[in-house]
Design a protein. Sequence first.
Length: 293
Amino acid sequence: MLPAGPELRSGRRALYGAVRRGATDKPPRYATLRSMAAPPSLDDDLALAHRLADLAAEVAVPFFERGVETIVKDDGSPVSEADLEVDRRHVEMLRRERPDDAILSEESGEHGTGSRRWILDPIDGTFNFVEQRPAWGTHVALEDDGEVVLGVITRPMYGQRFWATHGGGAWRADVVDAKLGEPEPLRVSASTELAACRICLWSHPSEDRLEELGRGFTVVRPASIDNVLQVISGELDALLDSGGEAWDHAPAVILVTEAGGRFTDPDGGRRLDLGLGRYSNGLIDAELDAFLG
């Protein structure tokens, strides 16, 4: 799991107020990205999701480079002034561009109601962000009638972006000088035998349990925020016990599905709100279930 967050340094109300007072409404310097590989019905939404990703990088990167003020939330996770400012700007853009759509954001909760809902994590990996480690990014997803149909995950400090749309496949591209490079299709691994698989765990089993698991497949440790992207790109065959909320899972679910893989909640379904989930290449689940018992 990710390391513990920093100590409390200021009150949330004061921090949020300072962010709002210092915010500007100038347009981001990042170029607006043209949508790619989306069905016509989602083309405009994908273009908007890319603009949200641009905006998040424009706002967050300067905070990351100079360091941020943080507080610790009730669940023990940190929130920074950058999280709050990205959240504010995202909600502002969506209210302007999609006034009839609902929004669910990690930092500001629910906004409005409707069959279409944008799900946002302004900065995923805040633990890394506040320690000025580069493994962080933004999550943007669109849910339509309860089904995630679009997702974007970014890694600004690596110059990478990953996205998928329902029926449009999963893709990645480099972002150089605020411009999206040539998209490359993503595909999960083709492994079918559990013994040949590389699988990462986000839980903390005992040494005896790890030894037992190691007799069935190669256990990859330690876990990192990028493990789900490694499943989507075929570097890992599965990720077990991946914890998170709807905003953590939403874009990853559509990405792994469109890359040919599978997401499974603890009850065997595809719900985003049950905390844990499994990401796999979709070819080893039956054997994995039998092995895990």
